[in-house]
Design a protein around this ligand. Sequence first.
Ligand SMILES: NC(=O)C1=CN([C@@H]2O[C@H](COP(=O)(O)OP(=O)(O)OC[C@H]3O[C@@H](n4cnc5c(N)ncnc54)[C@H](O)[C@@H]3O)[C@@H](O)[C@H]2O)C=CC1
Ligand SMILES: CCCCCC(=O)/C=C/[C@H]1C=CC(=O)[C@@H]1CCCCCCC(=O)O
Length: 261
Amino acid sequence: MALYRKVALVTGGAQGIGRAVAEALLKNESKVALVDLNTKVGEDCKKVLDQEFGEGNCIFIQCDVADRGKLKDAFETTVEKFGKLDIVINNAGINNEKNWEKTIEVNLTSLIKGTYLALEHMSKEYGKDGGVIINVSSMAAFLHSPHQPVYTATKHGVIGFSRAMADAAEEGDYGVRINVLCPAFVDTPLLQSIEQEDNMGKFIKYKDVFKEKIHKYGVLQPSQIAEGMLKLITDSGLNGAVMKITCSKGIHFHTYEPLSA
Ligand SMILES: NC(=O)C1=CN([C@@H]2O[C@H](COP(=O)(O)OP(=O)(O)OC[C@H]3O[C@@H](n4cnc5c(N)ncnc54)[C@H](O)[C@@H]3O)[C@@H](O)[C@H]2O)C=CC1
Ligand SMILES: CCCCCC(=O)/C=C/[C@H]1C=CC(=O)[C@@H]1CCCCCCC(=O)O
């Protein structure tokens, strides 16, 4: 898929990985809807992107992805503004072991809702022209650790759901590809959450183990994640792919047994 004049919706698009992806898409002349909970950060981000890429190419929609009605409206607003939808990045995520139900709601339930809404707007099943969905997981889906049990569970869930849906898309001839991105540690505000008792709850006692891992494995820049994301979007041969990005190996793919069922 070429990116010129494509329309993308990025959840959690106002900062961190989502913002870097939005920038990369705009650089390639796509239109972008930044869908984010944080009004201040979202408006500031749009202002900067307008200055860099010109007004009219990017919109900010304040939305909690956990609010089903608001997420549906965000998809509709994007299509009303830009006329269509081609790319959906379900990226919004939190790291909260204290309010672990919220972590499941944002990282997994809302990503599932985002995938279904994306299909309603892009799948041939609904008379649409096709597109691509990228769901953001984490290396935590492959290397578990004591500090993030529920975060880790949600990121495993993202892969299982997305790969099964990729099979459904292929079997059902949806014209939509569904891929997964699993970054290792990335230099974003989310990484600071590991030091916060409000986020980690009783698992805060493992923060030094976590920090040792960060030191050992290194920290990626959001622009490196955006580079992988563009490959997952543009390579039309990729469906059900699980891309890993680490400091030691860069962008690479997880390999699975050839037959899943
Ligand atoms: N930073 C890291 O080390 C890694 C991050 N990831 C994943 O990448 C994704 C993006 O993370 P980062 O950019 O690092 O985080 P971040 O915290 O820097 O940015 C996340 C964005 O999502 C928004 N957001 C949070 N909850 C939301 C909600 N309910 N509705 C709408 N927007 C919401 C925030 O306002 C923020 O703008 C997440 O899914 C995260 O789990 C995966 C592996 C490593
Ligand atoms: C605040 C959320 C940050 C989540 C970051 C993440 O993805 C965590 C993953 C870690 C959980 C246990 C680990 O050991 C993971 C480290 C992942 C890095 C692995 C890099 C391996 C390599 O370089 O080859």
